[in-house]
Design a protein around this ligand. Structure first.
Ligand SMILES: [Zn+2]
Length: 398
């Protein structure tokens, strides 16, 4: 009780989310067509959050500049904590993030029920939407498009989605400050200190391309959605690029920025509710900490590393054959070779008809060659058609 009272009075109060077995609230998995929400909120709040994310996803499909179907079958897992107190326990200032790797697509929703938090969530959801469609998307386009998509809003009364709103005053004010040019915006290297400013500038550049060079942007996005290499595509698709610096100078002085809208009724899709295992919850919390440990500066890294190690060991203690827990542990913990091998063997024994279990087995470092080959053969028999070599790695179909 004393702890609760101290927390009301202090802004520095924080507590990392826990599972039911550790005395926390139960976690729920709310599955929609695009997003699986994992949350320890109360059921009604979790459902509302999942419905909101699905509606924003549909609104973004209207706002996305080309009609590109999702290329990746992987669903996004959104992890939403129940309170600001817990969000502070995760990280004092990072309240939303999207992490996309070949094994996990994680959207962290760290500021429930707050306007600023909502904007962050929409921006990060935008990244998830982009990554489901475009491969090897360069940073400037990833950030610029996420800025564009975060504006997508749905008005249920009017039955319309509107997007593209840029605050003319903010853009003009920013134009008086430091204005990194197009070569800095489109560079592969963004310094951490300029990240926010470059994201803002990329947002203006993408807005300008959508409205003034639509066909060129279409060409580039279509190339990325088909997985074409980006080095040659940039120059090929964007003949106007040499003039962008001058164009942006004018564009920023616009008195208003055009928005677009489409009349469309969006519906909350069917959502199904279940209880995730504690092992799964610990693993997703670990994936979040792995991502955070890479985002924070070196001197702040160790608490996140300690925390994800602890979460993964707890997950393995609860379910040593959970495929996701084992895959994450094998890639993120420095395990003894014998333990790694024992864990992946446990997974194929528990899930002999799951091709991903065999892929995980095949990727076990130090595995004897005949055994690795056998694992690849099993994987090859079971894996669905149409997967590319990265998805099948370390095996291949040849
Ligand atoms: Zn971003």
């Amino acid at each position: 009780m004393a702890v609760a009272l101290i927390c009301v009075a202090s802004s520095g109060c924080a507590s990392f989310p826990t599972t039911r077995a550790e005395g926390g609230k139960p976690w729920l998995l709310v599955e929609g067509p695009h997003i699986n929400l994992l949350s320890n909120q109360d059921e009604e709040d979790a459902r509302e959050e999942a419905a909101q994310l699905e509606l924003w996803w549909q609104a973004m499909a209207q706002a996305f500049p080309i009609a590109a179907p999702a290329a990746s079958p992987a669903k996004v897992t959104a992890l939403a904590v129940r309170s600001r107190w817990q969000a502070n326990g995760v990280h004092p200032s990072i309240k939303g993030v999207f992490m996309g790797t070949s094994s996990a697509q994680l959207l962290y929703v760290g500021d429930p029920g707050d306007d600023e938090g909502e904007k962050i969530t929409r921006h990060e959801l935008g990244h998830a939407f982009i990554h489901a469609r475009l491969r090897n998307v360069p940073r400037w386009l990833d950030e610029g498009l996420a800025k564009y998509l975060e504006t997508a809003s749905y008005d249920p009364a009017a039955g319309s989605v509107t997007w593209g709103g840029l605050h003319a005053n903010t853009v003009r004010e920013m134009a008086f400050g430091s204005r990194p040019g197009v070569s800095a915006i489109t560079s592969d290297e963004w310094s951490a200190g300029l990240y926010g400013l470059l994201t803002f500038r990329a947002g203006i550049l993408v807005h300008m391309l959508v409205n003034q060079h639509e066909a060129e942007l279409d060409c580039y996005l279509a190339a990325l959605s088909s997985g074409a290499p980006r080095q040659d595509t940039f120059a090929g698709c964007f003949p106007s690029a040499p003039k962008w610096n001058f164009e942006m100078d004018d564009y920023e002085l616009n008195m208003e920025f055009s928005t677009r809208s489409s009349t469309v009724m969006l519906n909350v899709p069917p959502l199904s509710l279940s209880s995730p295992s504690d092992a799964q919850v610990h693993t997703w919390l670990a994936v979040l900490d792995v991502g955070l440990s890479r985002m924070v500066e070196k001197q702040f890294r160790s608490p996140y590393v300690d925390r994800y190690r602890g979460s993964l060991e707890r997950a393995l203690a609860l379910d040593p054959t959970d495929p996701f827990a084992v895959a994450t542990a094998v890639s993120e913990l420095e395990l003894e070779p014998a333990r790694r091998s024992e864990l992946t063997l446990g997974v194929v024994r528990a899930y002999p008809s799951d091709w991903r279990a065999w892929r995980l087995r095949a990727a076990t470092p130090g595995l004897a060659r005949p055994e690795a080959e056998r694992a690849c053969q099993e994987m090859s028999k079971l894996a669905p058609e149409g997967l590319d070599d990265t998805e099948l790695s370390p095996c291949s179909r040849d």
